[in-house]
Design a protein around this ligand. Structure first.
Ligand code: SF4
Length: 226
């Protein structure tokens, strides 16, 4: 398992060359040295759309998108089965986001990767994920195949999230469908965490914690939805 971090600036050591950054996992795990290490670094840099000669440069010489490619190369050089991409594109410009997402999808197909893609942007999530887990107050409240989640959201928080996506049509009024403050995770209510904000809240929701239950091929944590 490896990780791609959100911030392509602070996640790269400014005192190390790109070659040292990408090759460090090989060094730590004692997997390659000398020319073999150099070759593997060059292959990986090419795979993420960079050039072998970039290995001699320092991170400050690269744009945000290129830096994120360096982070991806570092994550992939050990050939992991599983990658956690933690807000991996949210710090990038929109056009660069598309390039990095396409790169991740190509690498996923080529290397047979499973990627846990953490993001706030529902459009990005819809584009690149096969299953989506929606979290509220630190817990999963819904887990469903992408199409089902967007076409038929079961949890009231998922519905509120989807209704908050801006529509470019100026004649369509925004309907956020949710009010109140985000729950304090250090002081959660006794029953359902979403109860103080839920338009469907019933008396029992304030006293009972809903289970995260399976219905057909999806999971939901809502007494009313089950
Ligand atoms: S359990 Fe009740 S309060 Fe919680 S999301 Fe479902 S309907 Fe709303």
């Amino acid at each position: 398992m490896q990780m791609i971090f959100q911030d392509p600036f602070s996640s790269l050591n400014p005192r190390m060359t790109v070659g040292d950054i990408v090759g460090e996992p090989l060094l730590i795990h004692n997997l390659a040295k000398g020319s073999e290490k150099k070759d593997r670094i060059e292959v990986m840099l090419k795979k993420v759309g960079l050039k072998p000669e970039h290995s001699m440069r320092y991170p400050h010489a690269f744009s945000g998108g290129q830096r994120q490619r360096i982070g991806i190369a570092r994550a992939l050089i050990l050939h992991p089965d599983f990658i956690v991409a933690d807000e991996a594109v949210s710090a990038l410009d929109v056009s660069v986001q598309a390039q990095v997402i396409n790169l991740l999808q190509d690498l996923q197909a080529e290397m047979g990767l499973t990627i846990l893609f953490i993001a706030h942007n529902l459009g990005v999530v819809r584009h690149c994920c096969t299953r989506i887990a929606v979290m509220y107050a630190g817990k999963m409240v819904e887990l469903a195949p992408t199409d089902q989640l967007f076409e038929d959201p079961k949890h009231p928080y998922t519905r509120a999230l989807l209704s908050a996506v801006p529509d470019p049509d100026p004649d369509i009024a925004m309907n956020y469908g949710i009010s109140g403050e985000v729950a304090d995770v250090g002081n959660l209510p006794k029953g359902c965490s979403f109860a103080p904000r839920c338009p469907d809240c019933m008396d029992m929701c304030r006293n009972e914690q809903p289970e995260f239950c399976k219905t057909n091929d999806r999971f939901v944590s809502c007494i009313k939805a089950l």
